[in-house]
Ligand binder design. Structure first.
Ligand code: TZP
Ligand code: MG
Length: 221
């Protein structure tokens, strides 16, 4: 489907209710899009399914209106129920190959990978993009795999041509260094959703990613 090929992965913003300073997922995503988020992920670990569907429906309307792809974390059923653009799954979630069968060929399938073996398996299983990390240690996901560093990211980049978003501990102080390892974009939680001014935080990161991509293009010409 056209959307799967056309996604701009530059700045992928992921929600976290506990880090949002009391702001709703919808308010957070709206401000992030205003600031330049190019993809958004609805990530909700604790809410009842009924509440998740209701929130995701509002996010679906907002993201349709603004033309930003909506990905749902973990929950294939919620993604399908609201006709989200895709679903993002970790290594302990629904296996990628099964998920692909369930969501069909047109929805975006994102898979988390922290090793080259996981990345290559995800490619084989039908992933459309990879979330690679955690790059740095992060309190946002206490059960995350050990940090893989910039070198771990570079290794996976060298072997995988699918879109890659780097995730884990990324913020304005290290975004340029991360982008230099070659991902298509960065995925962030706290650097945007916990910011006092979400739109400004997103804008700053987006500008850094744009600058890195421009440097890369200039270097390859
Ligand atoms: N997956 C790997 S690290 C991580 C996820 C969801 C959390 C990233 O959060 P932050 O706040 O951007 O470090
Ligand atoms: Mg998961």
């Amino acid at each position: 489907m056209a959307l799967r090929q056309a996604v701009d992965w530059s700045l992928y913003v992921v929600t976290d209710a506990g880090l949002s300073r009391g702001r709703s997922h919808v308010a957070v995503i709206e401000a992030a899009i205003t600031g330049g988020a190019t993809v958004v992920q609805y990530r909700e670990k604790h809410a009842p399914t009924r509440q998740m569907v209701a929130e995701a429906q509002v996010l679906r309307e907002l993201t349709r209106r603004t033309g930003v792809p909506l990905i749902v974390n973990d929950r294939l059923d919620v993604a399908l129920a609201v006709d989200a653009d895709g679903v993002h799954l970790g290594q302990d979630d629904m296996p990628a190959a099964l998920a692909r069968r369930l969501i069909g060929p047109d929805k975006i399938l994102g898979i988390s990978a922290s090793t080259l073996a996981e990345a290559l398996q995800a490619v084989q299983d039908g992933a459309d993009y990879l979330g690679v990390g955690p790059i740095f240690a992060t309190p946002t996901k206490p059960d995350a795999a050990p940090p893989i560093g910039i070198d771990g990211l570079r290794l996976i980049r060298q072997h995988v041509s699918l879109p890659i978003v780097a995730i884990g501990g990324i913020n304005a102080t290290n975004a340029a260094e991360v982008m230099a390892a070659g991902p298509d974009g960065i995925a962030v939680v706290s650097a945007v959703v916990a910011a006092e001014d979400i739109a400004v935080a997103a804008q700053e990161l987006r500008a850094m990613v744009n600058a890195s991509r421009q440097r890369r293009e200039a270097a390859s010409n």
